[in-house]
Design a protein around this ligand. Structure first.
Ligand SMILES: Cc1ncc(COP(=O)(O)O)c(C=O)c1O
Length: 442
């Protein structure tokens, strides 16, 4: 890794005492092949749009794109992102914080957990939670401590209660994982007020906030000044110090998911530890996709990047509106929902007979009716029955959304029909019928 100067400015929380035992064991290591043996002489990409602009990697860029690079990521791309974070989140220059690149944000989140937790440690998870994270935490035998979320995102009162009642004999959790914008699966976004309360709790109870903002750029609020600022942006103002936020950005939803590029922004010592793991596990993120992305970003500039994201958000906003209209047409009285404020997911709470859950429904009748939706149970870290389901409107055409909502409505109606049929056969029902018949004939 290139040397990252760590010269604290103002009040900076040092996260090192929270590091795990396992991360202390990682050591550095790579040797370069001769590029003359590589079969490529040119990479060019043509952009969508009326101009069909073609970006060609020059000799120097190609040499970098095809060779091993730094474990933290391409220095030019990191610098570009540090500038983006300053512009978007209004933070000072990258001295106490820095960025590194990963093969998607997923990889970075996984590594960041290794930096702060040892297997078995308790972890706080905003619930419902993205299963891509709860699955690997479960595999590492972490205790998954659920913190509930509502229409305004994660609930600080619930978190406070969890922490205030934490047994004195057990170590407090060191990490809270949350998806604050257009959450997967709920589509909810956290308000600035809730974020401020969470930040204060982080300082009081000494834990890190893992801000997984994979849908940050797919925000449906068109006026940026009306959007909730990020934890990363708010920390200094709220806590009077920085260093507790590990922020994860993803290029998957706005540039390409196949390029596998994600960015971690966080306190220098913690990012350095993540990079240390990269050095040992997979050496570096792909040079080729990083150089391609950098060439695109240099062509766009920050303004072009933000404009592109606004277009992507507009695309999903239209999809969201179409799904909301289809839900209104078919699901009123059969489900409840909040209209998503960002991202690509609708979280439907099916109004099912007591004791019925969406997993049972979707895995039997859902498959018969060709409904592709994920049962709510998949998003509850400590698996249990749920009547919610997650519908994704990303790839679905308007006619298909209409059909999907119609089929979900039928599923709910069928569940009630089955319930009534069962009740009709029950002794309790026979008794009621008998009594009624007696009353009529008396
Ligand atoms: C909340 C959340 N975090 C992280 C990821 C992973 O993103 P990436 O493709 O950058 O690894 C996803 C992917 O769907 C996601 O929904």
């Amino acid at each position: 890794m290139g040397s990252m100067a760590f010269e604290p400015e103002g009040l900076v929380f040092d996260p090192a005492p929270l590091f795990s035992r396992r991360v202390q064991r990682w050591e550095p290591g790579a040797s370069k092949p001769n590029p003359e043996t590589f079969p490529f002489s040119k990479i060019s990409i043509t952009l969508n749009g009326p101009e069909e602009k073609t970006l060609v990697l020059d000799e120097a860029a190609l040499a970098e794109a095809l060779q091993y690079g730094l474990p933290a990521g391409h220095a030019g791309l990191i610098k570009w992102f540090e500038g983006l974070q300053q512009a978007v989140h209004g933070v000072g220059s990258a001295t106490t914080w820095t960025c590194c690149v990963g093969n998607g944000s997923q990889e970075l989140i996984h590594k960041a957990f290794q930096v702060f937790t040892d297997p078995g440690d308790p972890v706080l998870l905003e619930t419902p939670a993205y299963p891509g994270v709860s699955a690997f935490l479960r595999a590492d035998c972490h205790e998954l401590v659920e913190v509930c979320s509502g229409a305004d995102g994660i609930d600080p009162s619930d978190l406070e209660q969890v922490l205030a009642n934490w047994p004195e004999t057990r170590r407090l959790p060191k990490v809270l994982y949350t998806v604050p914008t257009g959450s997967n699966p709920t589509g909810r976004s956290c308000t600035e007020m809730n974020k401020a309360r969470i930040l204060r709790l982080a300082k009081r109870y000494n834990f890190m906030i893992f801000e997984d903002d994979a849908y940050y750029f797919l925000n449906f609020e068109e006026d940026p000044s009306q959007r909730a600022r990020s934890y990363f942006a708010l920390e200094q103002e709220v806590n009077g110090e920085t260093g507790r936020v590990m922020r994860f950005d993803s290029l998957s939803k706005i540039v390409s998911s196949g390029m596998r590029l994600g960015i971690l922004t966080g306190p220098v010592p913690a990012v350095q530890k993540v990079v240390k793991i990269t050095e040992n596990i997979n050496l570096q993120p792909s040079s080729t996709t990083q150089v391609l992305a950098l060439s695109l970003f240099r062509h766009w500039g920050y303004t072009g990047f933000v404009e592109h994201c606004a277009k992507a958000a507009d695309f999903y906003r239209q999809k969201r509106d179409a799904f909301a209209a289809a839900a209104e047409r078919h699901l009123k009285g059969r489900a409840t929902w909040e209209v998503p404020t960002a991202g690509m997911f609708f979280w439907l709470k099916l109004l099912l007979p007591a004791g019925k859950d969406s997993f049972e429904l979707l895995s039997k009748k859902g498959i018969e009716n060709r409904i592709l939706a994920i049962p709510g149970m998949a998003f509850l870290p400590n698996t249990r029955k749920a009547c919610q389901l997650r519908a994704s409107y990303s790839l679905v055409s308007e006619p298909d959304m209409d059909e999907a909502c119609r089929r979900i409505a039928r599923l709910v109606d069928d569940a009630w029909r089955d319930e009534f049929a069962q009740y009709a056969k029950s002794e309790a029902c026979q008794e009621v019928l008998l009594l009624t018949a007696r009353k009529i004939t008396a």
